[in-house]
Design a binder for this molecule. Structure first.
Ligand code: 9MR
Length: 672
């Protein structure tokens, strides 16, 4: 192949690493815990597999100070009032999703997740509902409301507050009086959960309440009995939200016990509306620690950004002052999210242990997050083939840039996905990597040599090394893994191209996978000690028809399992790119189909929702967000994320001039 003239359907490979889950890589210890320190709340929470969210008001989305903090710090949002009944169905059967859509679309376009709040609540309930007097009418009104709202947001909500504040204050431990309770009786909560499950089976369904943080309180005990009963009878409940509106003293001393006891019933627990009068540092620390110490405490939401945004603004209960400056409590929260060494080890074991991969996948996609940034010397049509690693609190992305005149490599880094679009693009042709055909990068840290490797295609399989991933000028000139194309590839490649080189190592050996755009996946092997030299014994690791096993393979180790995951890009009967998946128990093993067909794909436009708009029908060459950053390429099986290339479905013309952009898939059917 002449790599400078890559015709029609060309693609390349990618790879990357990330640290959504706790990092336990011994080579990058920067603190007692062994985890990296991040500089924002969302990024730090993500390191233990949690989210850190805030309530958001649609009316404030025009305030630049507000949105810059929102996008920098938070990776989950809860519409503060916009999903409540008095907004969504002010009159019977007439639904208004405008304000909530504004929040949801904005968040999903930026890779932020969304909590749904709330489907059934006695407050902020329009008069036409509270004045109903007939049980059958109310039951059908309630079910219709849940179904319509949950259906509208199906696939976009990670957790729904299905029922809010249904228990009475005081010593009764009973349900409070409300139109729902009074007409439908105790069973209305169960009914609401069953209806919500049918409407959006992928969302976690929560019961949410305040003053249930103190274990011995009658209200806490009442909710606990209900959850225990629901779990024992198979009523669909997945989580309990503890609002955590605290006074200056912060959480009760039993708060962690309460969280643990609920978690032991088999539900997740979440802190859903945190604010603390006067925001004492110790009170915030204690609250966050309680969550960090409970493996099934999956996330924390504060109820607003600045003190001036709070429903109790007179008490200055939040993490940012009225001007948007970080308060002392902010630093306490960030520190507490780092956890203690003991805490992080416990979390690694229990909250994300060994969940097997599902055999079907569904995803939600962001809008385009990264677009080409042509400059006076780089005339770029598309940005492609991303590889990503999370290291030192930042995502480091390498990608191909393409235009009619050929390929080049680019590097960018950013702390959170919301920042991806504004990151500076460093073109690697200005470094020792040099100009000429270089494409489809894969980045990883090779721990035995304490060096970063960038693997890419040049016509051969090439690599550069760098002691500092942060320094784009630190990459060495390209060197080749092979003296020439291995015989077995030459014999099978036909009219294809040798592309998409991918390295992954186990404790003894490193394996180099590549594709030929002709239905073959190749694998060569060397020892960990010899790497990067010694790649021999090239074999066909998998084969199929040309378009069914095309290119862009990724291979990962599934953390805490003995399973490896293989993804290969295929071209569907509709001409669109998609991914198939297989698993194996060793890197040299035979690959068993997982979700490997057009009708049950790993990722294809057909199993991806696009809340920010269907900007692409191709799910093409990309990279999983990894749990670590070294050569073992481990991924956490919970809430997979995949950075991919997509493009305007109406674009046409020369393949190298197509307008590829990068977007992020987040798995929506994770069971953990
Ligand atoms: O913060 C919300 C505020 O803007 C509304 O006026 C108020 C109306 O009841 O609701 C506030 O949010 C509440 C949440 O929805 C449920 N738990 C208590 C919160 C504070 O009142």
């Amino acid at each position: 192949m002449n790599p400078l003239k890559r015709p029609g359907r060309r693609r390349a490979s990618v790879l990357g690493l990330l640290a959504v889950a706790a990092m336990v890589t011994p080579t990058t210890v920067t603190g007692a815990s062994g985890a990296e320190r991040a500089t924002t709340l969302g990024a730090q929470a993500a390191q233990s597999g949690r989210y850190f969210g805030t309530a958001v008001a649609a009316g404030k989305l025009g305030d630049g100070t507000y949105t810059s903090i929102l996008d920098r710090e938070f990776n989950s949002v809860t519409p503060e009032n916009e999903m409540k009944w008095d907004t969504t169905e002010r009159s019977r059967g007439s639904f208004n999703f405008g304000p909530a859509d504004q929040i949801v679309n904005r968040a999903t376009a930026r890779g932020q997740r969304v909590r749904g709040h709330t489907l059934v609540w006695h407050s902020q309930l329009p008069g036409w509902v509270s004045s109903l007097t007939d049980a059958n009418t109310l039951r059908s009104v309630m079910n219709n409301h849940i179904t319509t709202v949950a259906n509208h947001y199906k696939g976009k909500i990670h957790s729904w507050d299905v029922v809010n504040e249904a228990f009475a204050d005081g010593g009764s431990g009973a349900h409070r009086s409300s139109v729902f309770q009074n007409l439908l009786g105790d069973g209305f909560i169960e009914q609401a959960f069953r209806t919500a499950r049918t409407a959006d089976p992928a969302a976690k369904l929560c019961y949410n309440d305040y003053n249930i943080e103190n274990w011995s309180d009658a209200k806490t005990q009442g909710v606990y009995r209900m959850v225990r009963d629901f779990k024992s009878r198979g009523v669909p409940i997945d989580c309990v939200g503890f609002q955590a509106h605290f006074g200056t003293g912060g959480p009760p001393s039993s708060f962690q016990t309460t969280l643990s006891n609920f978690a032991a019933l088999g539900v997740d627990v979440q802190i859903t509306e945190l604010d603390i009068a006067q925001a004492p540092q110790a009170a915030y620390t204690g609250t966050v620690r309680a969550c960090m110490n409970v493996a099934r405490c999956t996330g924390i939401t504060v109820w607003g950004i600045r003190d001036s945004d709070s429903w109790r603004s007179g008490e200055n209960p939040l993490l940012f002052d009225r001007s948007g400056n970080k308060k002392a409590a902010y630093q306490s929260v960030l520190t507490a999210l780092g956890g203690t060494a003991a805490t992080q080890r416990a979390d690694t074991r229990s909250s994300r242990s060994a969940a097997a991969l599902p055999s079907r996948f569904s995803w939600s996609s962001s809008g385009p997050l990264i677009s080409p940034k042509p400059d006076s010397t780089h005339n770029i049509a598309g940005i492609k083939d991303p590889t990503v690693v999370r290291y030192n609190g930042k995502y480091h992305v390498f990608a191909s840039t393409a235009s009619a005149s050929g390929y080049n490599l680019v590097y960018l880094s950013f702390s959170d996905w919301s920042q991806a679009g504004s990151a500076t693009h460093h073109y690697l042709d200005r470094t020792a990597v040099g100009a000429g055909y270089r494409a489809a990068p894969q980045v990883f840290y090779y721990a035995p040599q304490r060096l970063w490797y960038l693997v890419y295609q040049t016509g051969n399989a090439s690599y550069s090394t760098n002691p500092d991933i942060d320094n784009p000028n630190g990459w060495s000139a390209p060197r080749n893994f092979y003296s020439s194309m291995p015989d077995i590839i030459r014999q099978n490649i036909g009219n294809g191209y040798w592309v998409d080189m991918w390295v992954i190592c186990d404790s003894a050996n490193c394996h180099l996978f590549s594709s030929d755009d002709n239905g073959h996946l190749y694998r060569s092997q060397t020892s960990v000690g010899q790497f990067p030299g010694g790649f021999t014994n090239t074999v066909i690791a998998a084969q199929d028809s040309k378009y069914a096993l095309f290119e862009a393979s990724n291979v990962y180790r599934v953390q805490d399992t003995n399973q490896y995951l293989l993804l290969v890009e295929a071209i569907g009967s509709d001409g669109r790119r998609y991914f198939r998946s297989w698993t194996a128990s060793s890197l040299a093993g035979s690959w068993t189909p997982l979700a490997a067909s057009e009708s049950n794909p790993f990722a294809r436009a057909s199993n991806v929702s696009f809340p920010a708009g269907s900007w692409t029908r191709d799910i093409s060459h990309g990279e999983m967000i990894r749990a670590g950053h070294d050569q073992t390429l481990s991924i956490n099986s919970c809430r997979l994320q995949y950075l991919y290339q997509g493009l305007n479905p109406h674009a046409s013309g020369d393949y190298n001039s197509l307008p590829w952009r990068l977007g992020l898939l987040t798995q929506t059917n994770s069971t953990c």
